[in-house]
Design a protein around this ligand. Structure first.
Ligand SMILES: NC(=O)c1ccc[n+]([C@@H]2O[C@H](COP(=O)([O-])OP(=O)(O)OC[C@H]3O[C@@H](n4cnc5c(N)ncnc54)[C@H](OP(=O)(O)O)[C@@H]3O)[C@@H](O)[C@H]2O)c1
Length: 228
């Protein structure tokens, strides 16, 4: 029974992914800051353990790894860094971006994913998988997106370096595409986002990264899921 840590499992893409993993026999450890929402969302899912907390907190990251390795062989097969912080909504231009908020965006979107990887690495199997959820904005420059987008650019750079340093693992940056979630609504306050697809549309691609043998690198989840 493979084991994954998937952060941010109480809603959106994280919840869609852990529903799929649970249904196909994976054991999943997940988190979110709101423990009640997390418990409600995962109550009916088999083999899903919840550890409420803030991924920016190092003790919480170690608690996630402890929960994931609470098995006879103490191994982890996959880490999916999904939890993320958009920052202020509406997003300010860089000239006005509060630096303390920017530091928090980087703490959640850059430092925390690497911290979780560092905590999990001693337990990752050879051939184990790291998926860092990124965004198309990592490679674009749009007014207002300088905080969140630069954090995703940094996450992508960490991902590429980790892939080069650890050829024994598969290390991916996965862009899920636009999805109808709370974060997306916060990014476009007051806008009707009902034309965006639900998060499940990105899940087949993430499954292919987790289960397949694709080379480490950056992938667009909604494309990688399309059968060749
Ligand atoms: N939606 C899109 O269009 C889109 C596009 C490109 C990339 N992405 C990426 O896709 C991923 C999922 O986004 P989403 O749209 O599904 O977001 P979402 O609906 O807002 O869900 C975010 C999840 O992460 C948790 N979370 C947030 N901050 C956390 C923290 N500090 N510690 C622990 N858990 C935390 C949230 O629960 P709590 O609030 O209770 O902590 C929630 O479970 C993110 O990496 C995002 O950047 C999304």
């Amino acid at each position: 029974m493979p084991t994954a840590i998937v952060t941010g499992g109480s809603r959106g893409l994280g919840l869609a992914l852990i529903r799929e993993l649970s249904a196909s026999g994976w054991r999943v450890v997940t988190d979110a800051r709101d423990g009640h929402a997390l418990a409600d969302a995962t109550r009916d899912l088999a083999r899903v353990a919840v550890v409420p907390g803030d991924i920016a907190d190092g003790r919480h990251r170690h608690a996630l790894v402890e929960a994931a390795t609470d098995t006879a062989d103490r191994h982890i097969d996959a880490v999916v860094n999904n939890a993320s912080l958009l920052g202020p909504s509406p997003q300010p231009h860089l000239a006005d971006y509060p630096l303390d908020v920017l530091a928090r965006v980087y703490a959640v979107n850059v430092i925390a994913p690497l911290g979780l990887v560092q905590a999990a690495l001693p337990h990752l199997r050879v051939g184990g998988v790291i998926v860092n959820i990124t965004s198309d904005v990592a490679n674009e420059s749009y007014p207002g997106w300088g905080g969140y987008a630069s954090s995703k650019a940094a996450l992508e750079h960490l991902t590429g370096t980790l892939a080069a340093e650890r050829p024994d693992l598969r290390v991916y940056a996965a862009d899920p595409g636009d999805l109808r979630t709370r974060m997306h609504q916060d990014a476009f306050p007051g806008e009707d986002i009902s034309d965006r697809p639900l998060p499940a549309v990105a899940v087949p691609g993430l499954r292919r990264l987790l289960d397949g043998d694709l080379a480490s690198g950056r992938y667009t989840a909604q494309d990688v899921g399309v059968p060749a």
